[in-house]
Ligand binder design. Structure first.
Ligand SMILES: Cc1cc2nc3c(=O)[nH]c(=O)nc-3n(C[C@H](O)[C@H](O)[C@H](O)COP(=O)(O)O)c2cc1C
Length: 215
């Protein structure tokens, strides 16, 4: 297989649906809920996975995390506060989220600012996680260099042994949630001939202004 030939010849035609400023919901959160439900119903793999982009000094950085709740219009995800992303958002709270739902030929981009979620939310969510994930969150120094897979497994096993007599594990302070407060949404629906539909919502003085962008 010649990879460049394959890349040049890979062409998908988008013709599932259309999306118009007159038919979308005037509230972007309601529109997001609708598209998210469509993604769940269309059997998209991990429909709650999104690319979280952050800024480190002036450079962009991105990785996938999971959306774990929407509270009063803000999007929640959980992670290690000492991770690279944790440090990046401490320095610059501006982030973007990108959802990709390929079976629906849809993308949603959201921009906003982020802050830590209340400790009680983090505690509550931590308690709902399987014990193995809890041990992993306690044991793993996320984003730090480790010498080998063995070192990582030793960290996990040592933590498992340390807490073996404890039925309920306490959330470690280095792990918890963030809430992203959106100020911009873009809903993208793939269309034929690359003439895609793009509807944006911009927050102005607490209200949402809708516009269409060229593809
Ligand atoms: C499908 C998927 C879901 C993920 N979900 C999370 C998550 O919810 N929280 C998290 O910290 N990392 C998650 N990760 C791992 C991150 O992509 C990333 O490797 C990790 O958070 C370290 O990122 P950082 O070094 O930029 O901080 C997920 C990865 C994938 C592929």
């Amino acid at each position: 297989m010649n990879i460049n030939e394959t890349l040049e010849n890979t062409r998908v035609s988008y013709r599932n649906a259309d999306f118009d400023i007159n038919t979308c919901n005037p509230n972007p959160q309601t529109q997001f809920d609708k598209w998210f439900k469509d993604a769940v119903n269309s059997n998209c793999d991990e429909p709650n996975a999104f690319v979280l982009s952050t800024i480190e000094q002036n450079k962009p950085r991105a990785r996938v995390v999971l959306l774990k709740g929407i509270h009063q219009g803000c999007f929640a995800f959980y992670t290690n506060y000492n991770s690279s992303k944790g440090k990046e958002v401490t320095d610059n709270c501006h982030v973007s989220m990108t959802f990709l739902w390929l079976p629906l030929q849809r993308q949603v981009r959201i921009e906003g600012t982020l802050g830590k979620i209340g400790a009680s939310f983090s505690d509550e969510y931590f308690q709902k996680r399987p014990r193995g994930s809890q041990i992993g969150a306690i044991a793993s120094p996320q984003s730090q260099k480790v010498s080998s897979r063995q070192e990582l497994e030793k960290l996990f096993n040592d933590t498992e042994v340390k807490y073996s007599g404890q039925s309920e594990l306490e959330r470690p302070l280095h792990w918890g949630g963030y809430l992203i407060k959106p100020s911009y949404f873009e809903f993208w629906q793939g269309r034929e001939n690359r003439m895609h539909d793009r509807i944006i919502y911009e927050n102005h003085a607490g209200g949402w202004m809708l516009s269409r962008l060229a593809p």
